[in-house]
Design a protein around this ligand. Structure first.
Ligand code: PLP
Length: 428
C-alpha cells in the first residue's frame, strides 16, 4: 500500500488519538541497529528510539527469542531456571537492598505494581509526584501523571495525588543561579507531608531524569533531601527508571545512582526487552513481604520464558558490549559540540545531558526563555527530511530530544550535530 493509503486505513481502523511522528509520516518497514528503513528503502539514522536499546533487531536478541519461542513459552506457575537467572542478573546490577524482582509486560504495569507495593507496605495513599511527569497509560497512572491529567482532555489530579514543582534549573521556579535551589524544591515536598500529616504519605515517585519534563537533570542534593523527608514520614521512594536505566546516562548504570541515593522500589520498562514487552519492579525484601499478604500476584505473560530469555540476552548484551561506557564516550563528544550551540545560535537556550540522553532547549528570547515551540517542531521535521530521527519534549515541546539506540557511534553523533547546525543556520 502507498503511504497515503496506509494512513487513510489507519485513520479508519485505529483510535485517532494515537499520534503520528512528523508532518511527513515515516512508514518504517525494517530496522537494523541504529538504522530504520522506510517502504521506499530510504535509510534513517535513529537518534530517538530508546526502546531498541542495544539496536533495532539486534541479532543476538532476535536469535534468542526465536530459539526460546521454538522451545517453550509458559508462565511463572512452573519452575524455570531462566526467570531465576534473569532476576539474579538484574538484581546484581542494583544496590544490595534491592533484591526481590517482579516481572510484568510494560512500564505502565510496572508502575501500577510499584504503587500496589508502596500501598501494601505503608498502608497509606497520598503520593507526591513531579509536575509534568508521565508514568503510564492506565487509569491510576493518568491520575499520577500531571503531563496527562493536566493536559488536553485531562480531568486533573485526584485528592491523593500531590504535585510538586519540577526541579528544572533552567526554566523552573528556582534556577541554576540559586545555590539553595535543591532545598527550596525539596521544601515543597515537606509542605505536602505536613499537609497530609494525619493521613500519612505513601510515597514519592519520580523519573531520575524527567524525560517528558524536558530531559531534566535534578539539582544534586534534591533526591537526598526528598528521600529523607519521605522516609521519615513513613513513605517509600519509587524511581521510575523506564527511560534512564540500563547505562543510558553513561556515567552510571541507573539514573538514581547519579544522585547517590537508593530507592525503595525501582521500575523498569522500555529498553529491558529491546522492543519485546517486558516490565519489571525490583524492591527490598521488607516491601515484598508486606505485599505478600495472602493475595496471589500473577501476570499471565509477565516473566514468561520467551520474555526472560530475551530480557537476559538484552542485559548480557548491554554488559558484554560495554554499552554504558560507550554511551558515555559518544554522548560526551556530542554534548561538548552541542554545548557550543548556545554561543553559536541565539535560539539555543540550554543544552544538557549525560550519556545518550540529551536535550537541546530552544527559546525565542534568551532573557525571557520564551519556548520556541514552533521552531522545535520545524527543526525536527527538517531533520527527518535529512534522514535523521529526533523528537521534542518538555511542557512546551521546545526541547529537542536525542536518545538513540546505545549502538550509536561517534560518527553518527558527528553527523547529527553537523546536520542540526546546518538546520539551525538555515532558518526554521
Ligand atoms: C518514564 C515512563 N514511565 C512509564 C512509562 C510507561 O511505559 P509503557 O508505555 O511501556 O507502559 C513511560 C512510557 O513512555 C515512561 O516514559
Amino acid at each position: 500500500m502507498s503511504k497515503a493509503e496506509t494512513l487513510a486505513r489507519r485513520r479508519q481502523l485505529l483510535g485517532n488519538n494515537l499520534s503520528i511522528a512528523y508532518q511527513n509520516p515515516v512508514k518504517i518497514v525494517r530496522g537494523s541497529m541504529q538504522y530504520l528503513y522506510d517502504d521506499e528503502g530510504r535509510e534513517y539514522l535513529d537518534a530517538y528510539n530508546n526502546v531498541a536499546h542495544v539496536g533495532h533487531c539486534h541479532p543476538r536478541v532476535v536469535a534468542t527469542g526465536q530459539q526460546q519461542m521454538a522451545l517453550l513459552n509458559t508462565n511463572t506457575r512452573y519452575l524455570s531456571d531462566l526467570i531465576n537467572e534473569y532476576a539474579a542478573r538484574l538484581i546484581a546490577t542494583l544496590p544490595q537492598q534491592l533484591k526481590v524482582c517482579f516481572f510484568v509486560n510494560s512500564g505502565s504495569e510496572a508502575n501500577e505494581l510499584a504503587l500496589r507495593l508502596a500501598r501494601a507496605h505503608t498502608k497509606a495513599m497520598h503520593l507526591v509526584v513531579l509536575d509534568h511527569a508521565y508514568h503510564g497509560n492506565t487509569t491510576t497512572l493518568i491520575d499520577i501523571s500531571p503531563y496527562k491529567h493536566n493536559g488536553p482532555g485531562g480531568p486533573g489530579a485526584p485528592p491523593w495525588v500531590h504535585t510538586v514543582p519540577l526541579p528544572d534549573l533552567y526554566r523552573g521556579l528556582y534556577r541554576s543561579d540559586d545555590v539553595e535551589a535543591a532545598d527550596k524544591y525539596a521544601q515543597h515536598v515537606n509542605e505536602v507531608i505536613q499537609q497530609v500529616r494525619t493521613d500519612r504519605v505513601c510515597g514519592f515517585i519520580a523519573e531520575s531524569m524527567p524525560s517528558v519534563g524536558g530531559q531534566i537533570f535534578l539539582p544534586e542534593n534534591y533526591f537526598t533531601k526528598v528521600y529523607a523527608a519521605v522516609r521519615s514520614a513513613g513513605g517509600v521512594c519509587i524511581a521510575d527508571e523506564v527511560q534512564t536505566g540500563y547505562g543510558r546516562i553513561g556515567t552510571h548504570f541507573w539514573g538514581f545512582e547519579k544522585y547517590g541515593v537508593v530507592p525503595d522500589i525501582v521500575v523498569l520498562g522500555k529498553p529491558i526487552g529491546n522492543g519485546h514487552p517486558i516490565g519489571a519492579v525490583i524492591t527490598t525484601r521488607e516491601i515484598a513481604d508486606s505485599f505478600d499478604n495472602g493475595m496471589e500476584f500473577f501476570s499471565t505473560f509477565g516473566g514468561n520464558n520467551v520474555s526472560c530469555a530475551i530480557g537476559l540476552a538484552v542485559l548480557r548484551t548491554v554488559l558484554e558490549e560495554n554499552l554504558e561506557s560507550h554511551a558515555e564516550q559518544v554522548g560526551s563528544q556530542m554534548l561538548e559540540r552541542l554545548r557550543k550551540f548556545t554561543s553559536q545560535f541565539d535560539i539555543v537556550g540550554d543544552v544538557r545531558g549525560s550519556g545518550l540522553f540529551l536535550g537541546v532547549e530552544l527559546v525565542n528570547d534568551r532573557a525571557m526563555r520564551e519556548p520556541a515551540t514552533e521552531a522545535a517542531t520545524s527543526v525536527v521535521n527538517q531533520m527527518r527530511e535529512e534522514g535523521i530521527l529526533i523528537g521534542t519534549d518538555g511542557p512546551f515541546h521546545n526541547v529537542l530530544k536525542i536518545r538513540p539506540p546505545m549502538c550509536f557511534t561517534s560518527a553518527d553523533g558527528d553527523r547529527l550535530v553537523e546536520e542540526l547546525a546546518r538546520v539551525l543556520s538555515g532558518g526554521y
